[in-house]
Design a protein. Structure first.
Length: 344
């Protein structure tokens, strides 16, 4: 398998050179540096110190070309029934015990948000111009007091579970509850993911063949686009998780009409967009960068300009992506502060 890895890397144009006991080169995924991609030729393993991807030759083919393990082994001329199981490209959702407990927490938080005891969280969401229908459909809730709970016996050993005060955001995919996030009322970090959660792209189960999709950073960004332009484009929140780049997630984007990479208009957003563009070029050749217009993210766009601004920005982005031509949008040139695409 070690020789297979070296051959596959060479075929992909990955240039390696000896450094100590390893081979090093530029990473074919994140394109960072010229020595962050490490190969242990003896063991047939690879690793990038920047983007944290790693594995054997089968895993490399899966990640690089957006295929499953069986197809990767077929390309290598290997048996389709390996004696050692290969870790699936997409993890399973949290175990049923966690989902049951988390659903009770999410349901109680949703009821608490609307009971009137503390109107400030609901006022905050409405102040971001989310409608009551959007808030209810997203099952947003409120955890009114910070607390710590003992881990149940079915969870891995560790410290107490911290549940801070704040707005509760459930993340569901295909009917399974994958995660519960809390947007804290104060303090850092601003967002806390409840212990036992597994991050997954929120909204990926709404992707439809032939319909445009839009990738954004957080759930509030996704809800802003869904509320204003959900009939035009399917927004998906990646939550900043590299696990969302796994082939069985990205495969759902294969037959979209186009993909707008609408990550935050900052350095982190540019890095995220570049990663999605370079990690799986064979899967996402129709993805285009579409920056938020005169705001950091689509959530801020909704708060500043309402549904009309977000919808018009989405319309222009879709038109621009489908025509692959530079456009002027929203009364200003796209390269003057927002809504810029790759070709502009």
């Amino acid at each position: 398998m070690a020789d297979d890895l070296i051959g596959v890397l060479a075929a992909d144009g990955v240039m390696l050179r000896p450094k100590g006991k390893e081979l090093v080169g530029g990473c074919p995924f994140c394109r960072a540096g010229d020595d962050r991609f490490l190969v242990d030729a003896g063991k047939g393993l690879w690793w990038c110190r920047k983007c944290r991807y790693g594995g054997n030759v089968v895993g490399y083919l899966q990640q690089r070309h957006g295929i499953d393990a069986a197809e990767a082994r077929r390309r290598l001329g290997m048996s389709s029934n390996p004696t050692r199981p290969i870790r699936p490209a997409t993890p399973d959702p949290p175990r049923e015990e966690w989902q049951d407990a988390a659903r009770r927490f999410v349901d109680a938080a949703a009821a608490k948000l609307w009971d009137g005891d503390d109107p400030r969280p609901l006022d905050y969401l409405r102040g971001r111009r989310f409608t009551d229908d959007t808030i209810r459909q997203a099952r947003l809730g409120l955890n009114p007091t910070e607390r710590r709970e003992k881990r149940p016996p079915w969870m891995a050993p560790g410290g107490d579970i911290w549940i801070p005060r704040g707005i509760v955001i459930p993340v569901e995919v295909d009917g399974a509850l994958w995660a519960a996030q809390i947007r804290r009322a104060a303090g850092e970090p601003k967002y806390v993911t409840v212990t036992g959660s597994r991050l997954a792209p929120h909204g990926i189960d709404g992707v439809e063949p032939g319909k445009p999709a839009m990738l954004v950073e957080g759930v509030f960004d996704m809800l802003a686009v869904r509320q204003a332009a959900g009939d035009l484009v399917v927004p998906v929140a990646t939550l900043g998780a590299s696990s969302c780049l796994r082939p069985l997630w990205t495969a759902r984007l294969l037959h979209t009409r186009t993909i707008l990479l609408a990550f935050d208009a900052d350095e982190a957003g540019e890095t995220a967009a570049a990663r999605w563009r370079c990690v799986l070029p064979h899967v996402l050749p129709h993805a285009r960068r579409w920056r938020p217009f005169r705001a950091k993210d689509t959530g801020d766009m909704l708060r500043e300009g309402g549904d009309v601004l977000v919808r018009r920005w989405a319309e222009v982005g879709i038109e621009s992506a489908l025509s692959a031509c530079p456009r002027e949008s929203l009364g200003v040139r796209a390269d003057t502060g927002g809504g810029a695409s790759d070709s502009e």
